[in-house]
Design a protein. Structure first.
Length: 154
């Protein structure tokens, strides 16, 4: 809530015979941020269930194992990750390490190609979140040769 909404909230509560002193703590609440582990777990859960796009910030850096080039922008990430996630039948987090606002995960994706072929693919993912709990960077590493063969139906 904004500062004004805190005050309006307290006035409404005061009208319901709740004292102003009971409302004062609300006026001084700081915005609580999710810890990085919870954010990363929530993001990966959303990859499985939908809504992962809501985590992604406008200003975004996206790196992939096949290139030293860092792609920038939310739309670029939504397109690239979206194409990959569309193949995903299930994501399992095998290991998650957190330091500050960064997380490193070893994930196993169960994928199904447009040809109907299935593949389990281990992916190392490095995520970075900002102070507003938005995902601002992702770099992924996986066996690109195996993935290309899978996509070609081999």
């Amino acid at each position: 809530m904004t500062d004004c909404s805190h005050i309006a909230f307290c006035i409404i509560l005061n009208g319901l015979k709740i004292s102003l002193f009971e409302c004062l703590p609300i006026l001084f609440l700081e915005v609580q941020h999710m810890d990085t582990k919870t954010l990363a777990e929530s993001y990966f859960t959303a990859v499985n269930k939908g809504g992962w796009e809501d985590f992604v910030a406008e200003h975004f850096d996206y790196g992939m194992c096949d290139s030293q080039k860092i792609r920038q922008g939310r739309d670029v990430y939504l397109q690239g990750a979206g194409q990959f996630y569309a193949l995903s039948q299930h994501l399992e987090v095998k290991k998650l390490l957190v330091e500050g606002r960064e997380a490193a995960a070893l994930n196993r994706y169960r994928l199904q190609s447009p040809h109907g072929k299935e593949l389990e693919l281990d992916v190392a993912e490095f995520l970075k979140f900002d102070e507003s709990d938005k995902l601002i960077a992702s770099t992924i590493y996986f066996d690109t040769h195996r993935f290309q063969e899978f996509m070609q139906g081999r």
